[in-house]
Design a protein around this ligand. Sequence first.
Ligand SMILES: NC(=O)c1ccc[n+]([C@@H]2O[C@H](COP(=O)([O-])OP(=O)(O)OC[C@H]3O[C@@H](n4cnc5c(N)ncnc54)[C@H](O)[C@@H]3O)[C@@H](O)[C@H]2O)c1
Length: 354
Amino acid sequence: MSAQSPARILLAGAGAIGRLHFREMQECTFCTLSGIVEPAPAGREWAEAAGVPWFADLDTALAHEKPDAAIVATPNQTHRALALRLIEERIVPLVEKPIASTIEDATEIVTASEKAGVPVLIGHHRRHNPIIRTAHEIISRGAPGQLVSVSLMALFRKPDDYFTASWRREPGGGPVLINLIHEIDVIRHLCGEISSVHAVTSNRIRGFEVEDTAAILLRLDNEALVTISLSDCASSPWSWDLQAGEIDSYPAPAAPVTTMVISGTDGSLALPSLDFWSYRGKPDWYEPLTRETTGYRKESPYIAQLRNLCAVSRGEAVPVVDAQEGLSTLRATLAVAESARTGKTVHIPSSQFA
Ligand SMILES: NC(=O)c1ccc[n+]([C@@H]2O[C@H](COP(=O)([O-])OP(=O)(O)OC[C@H]3O[C@@H](n4cnc5c(N)ncnc54)[C@H](O)[C@@H]3O)[C@@H](O)[C@H]2O)c1
């Protein structure tokens, strides 16, 4: 592949997120779809409509072509097998989040990636969002001072027919493993590693085996404390997805609201607005606070993620979120589920994030 030619990307899984990746790829000149792997009959029709080769499984696809990179946008429990097969072929994969459905499967992907020297990207796309990138710069230069508290709301209302698929009504299909994992990844990235987790959950409204609501407390290695309110049955605008404008299928917010506040001894950063509140002089609640807002250049995080995938496949960059990071985020998210199940605080030794 010359530096000018678009990277050829194989897409495994033509479901909701696979189709979003395809739509985003059509906006890019630096990559092109080389084929679709999708066992469902609807996937074949979709590939034909898109004018790209269709394959029923990954082995058949790899027998026919060698793409520059691949996207694994399939159900969680299939991530391990597909990622390992791509690593074996030395094709750089972008594996959708979560990296896998268990720590064991995720560890296998990390080990195979390191052993083969084939980088793996994990689809924690928010780290590619310019809002999160800017927040990271603000926090990294120490503007908030010593972090003390993070407050986060992920409160949204999924439609009832979302739960027609039976796996969404069972443990693993609820908002902790589907949605909270994004928040956990952002917290780890912006604020620091998580050292302990305590959570309570409820299924009172939907009545399924899986939770519909959770209250979560985290302690970070730097001793900052985090509170998270999570619900998929709350009619509310207080959620990143509804506020950040990453996906067109959600309506634009009628009025912007804050979904996350990162507070330190010298100031507080609100997201997604990037409003930073601080005192000009002595920090004192009797003094007026000032607000500064940092601007940023808008870009789809999914396109930025595709750019990273192509650059990594050319050996010109490292993954923004690699397999080890995906494993660490999965570990902390599974700790939330474990704490809710056992009623106990789950401690995460810092060596497990190494
Ligand atoms: N990053 C994000 O914003 C985001 C959003 C939604 C979903 N996801 C993740 O993406 C993955 C897919 O989620 P979805 O909502 O698109 O699911 P989906 O059920 O809509 O689509 C999955 C597709 O994969 C196909 N498939 C199953 N096994 C396959 C295999 N072995 N090879 C190829 N295709 C196979 C299915 O037939 C289906 O069409 C999940 O891991 C999910 O957590 C990420």
